[in-house]
Design a protein around this ligand. Sequence first.
Ligand SMILES: NC(=O)c1ccc[n+]([C@@H]2O[C@H](COP(=O)([O-])OP(=O)(O)OC[C@H]3O[C@@H](n4cnc5c(N)ncnc54)[C@H](OP(=O)(O)O)[C@@H]3O)[C@@H](O)[C@H]2O)c1
Length: 260
Amino acid sequence: MDLKNKVVVITGASSGIGLKIAEQLADEGCHLALLARRIELLEEIKKRISRDDLNILTLRCDISSREEVTHAFTEIFKVFNRIDIALLNAGVDHRIKTKNFNSKYAEEIFGVNVLGLIYCVEALLPKLKEQQHGMIVGVSSLAEVRGFPKSGFYCASKAAASKFLESIRVELRKYNIKVLTVKPGFVKTPMTDKNEFKMPFLMDVKKAASIIIKGMKKEKRIIQFPFPLVIGASLIKMLPDFIFDYLAYSHVQNLDKKRK
Ligand SMILES: NC(=O)c1ccc[n+]([C@@H]2O[C@H](COP(=O)([O-])OP(=O)(O)OC[C@H]3O[C@@H](n4cnc5c(N)ncnc54)[C@H](OP(=O)(O)O)[C@@H]3O)[C@@H](O)[C@H]2O)c1
């Protein structure tokens, strides 16, 4: 697929993966609608990547609010009259231990990673169906494969996102709407900068962005990387529960010992 002159919406465009994809898509000649809460960052990005032949719209939008999402997509359709690709990338993560268990983090994580994604799809569908074309690219994670300790809300949210995307991928075929799922391993962004544990095969964000764009051009159903972690994740997924429990428990014990 040639991306030139395509209208692309990116949620979570103010930082990390979304920001790098915005920069690279501007180089490809895409018109962009950039969404996030930190509008001042979006304005700076717009200034930096603007060119005479590109139309770039920035919108402040809290993706966990259905009203704000509806409003943002109405604005986008008003300005561009169509959307070719929606990269639904906004996401949050908090490491939650059972020691300080608090459902307010679950509300935030599910509000952004699951409901936010669903609100965007809801706002997109009528127009995409009318257009009879479009691509929805949802960003999940390799963390969906199991419920890793201290990451219960995040893993569960990404598993929900993956299953939701898989389900609509099949249903939307008849409208010529493609649904792609992105499952990154560890990528160096502000989200992972706060992690205190060793992240295997941590990838540079520029590289991650170009892999995702390459996958979009090829219309790959699943865009997952890096390869060694994809293999690792499939093996972890297949492990019998008692072996997973043993390995995960030993890992957590080691981390706790190191911290003391
Ligand atoms: N980095 C990794 O290793 C990794 C691995 C697997 C999957 N992922 C997924 O990749 C996506 C991007 O993550 P990242 O690493 O680039 O993280 P990041 O640098 O922290 O960026 C997260 C983006 O999401 C936006 N966002 C968060 N809450 C929002 C809300 N309520 N409303 C609107 N936007 C919101 C943020 O914008 P504002 O704060 O300005 O609103 C920001 O632009 C996420 O879905 C994440 O789960 C990341």
